[in-house]
Design a protein around this ligand. Sequence first.
Ligand code: KG4
Ligand code: ZN
Length: 348
Amino acid sequence: MLILGIETSCDDTGIALVEINSGVPINLLNLISSQVKIHAKYGGVVPYLAARYHEKNLYVLIEEAIKKHRHLKEALGLIAVTVGPGLGPSLLMGIVAAKLLSYSWQKPIIAVNHLEGHLFSPFLNDVFERPIFNLPFLCLLVSGGHTELVVVKGVGEYLVLGRTLDDACGEAFDKVARLLGLGYPGGPQIERLALEFKPNIKNQRPKLLFKPPMINSNNFNFSYSGLKTAVLYKIKSQKTNIENSYIAWHFQEAALMPLVKKTLAAVQKYDIKTIFVAGGVSANNRLKELFKEELEAKNLKIKIYFPDKILTQDNAAMIAYVGYLKYLKKKKNANNLEAIFAQPNLAL
Ligand code: KG4
Ligand code: ZN
C-alpha cells in the first residue's frame, strides 16, 4: 500500500510517500521544508507566519511527490494527515490540503496524532538500526513541545507514565541558547558549544553546577523551567570570565540526566525490554552517550533505539506510517471527511 503523509503541526512543512511491503515500511520520499530562518529572528515560531509558509510550501512539495511517483493518483491507497497537537493555523493548512486531495482523488483519509508519529518513528530507520515490530516498548518522547515517558502497548494503547510539569526539554535548550546569545533552534547549538568545554578531571564527572531537576522525585515527571532560571541567575551573577561553553556543558548535563535516570527506572519497574527515544532532542549525541553509560553501569540488557536524524524532526513519513497502522485497525472510518479536524491540544 502506498501512503501520502502530510505534516504541518508547527513550522516545518512535511510531505512523504511511504510504501508498505508485507508490513514493512519503505521510505520513498520524505520532504521537509524548514522555516527555521523565517522564525529565527523572532526567537520562536510565529503561528500566523508559519501558516502562510505552509500554504506557500505545501503545493510545491505535493507537486514534487507527484513528479517522483508518476502514477501517484492511481497508486495511492491512503492519505494520512496530522490533526494535532500543534499550532491551530498550521494544522489547518495541512488538513485542508489533505481533505481536498482525498475528495478530488477519492482516496481514504486518516487523522494522525503528531505524538504517535514520533513514538513509532524508529520503525522507519534506514541509517540507524531498525527495530523489529515488538510490543510493548517504552518511549521517551523529547521535543520542543513535549517531554513524556510512554509505555506503548499497541497502536492507540498508551500508558503515559509522566510528563513535564512546565517547559519541555527542547524548549529549555532553546531558551538557554537565547540566554547565551545563540540562535534558534537552540538544541544543536548548545550541544556544539558544550563540546568545546573540556572538563579537566579524567574519567570522572565534574561536580555539577546545576542540579538535574526532579532527579530524585519518586515519579516519572519532569520539570525544566527552574533549570532555565538557575542558568539565568548564574549568567547574571558572574559577569566576567565565565565561559559560555562551561554553562552549556553544565546545563546540558543537568537537562539530560533526569531523562536517562527516569527512563531506566521505568523499564525496570514495568519490566520492559525495549526503549525508543524520539523527538528533536533524541538527536543529541550526549544523550545517546549517557544512556549507553548508564545501561552499562547498571548492567541492563535492554535494547535502545534512536531515530535517524531526519526522523527526529517533525516529518511526514512518521505520520504516513502511523496512518497505515491506524487504518489497519479502523478502515471503515477512513472516508469520513468530517472526522478530520484540527485539534491543537490533542494528547496521547
Ligand atoms: O521534534 P522537533 O523537531 O519539533 C517538535 O515537535 O518540538 O523538536 C525540536 C526541538 C527544539 O527544541 C530543538 O532545540 C531540539 O528539539 N533539538 C535538540 C537537538 N536538536 C534539536 N535538543 C538538544 N540537542 C540537539 N542536538
Ligand atoms: Zn514533533
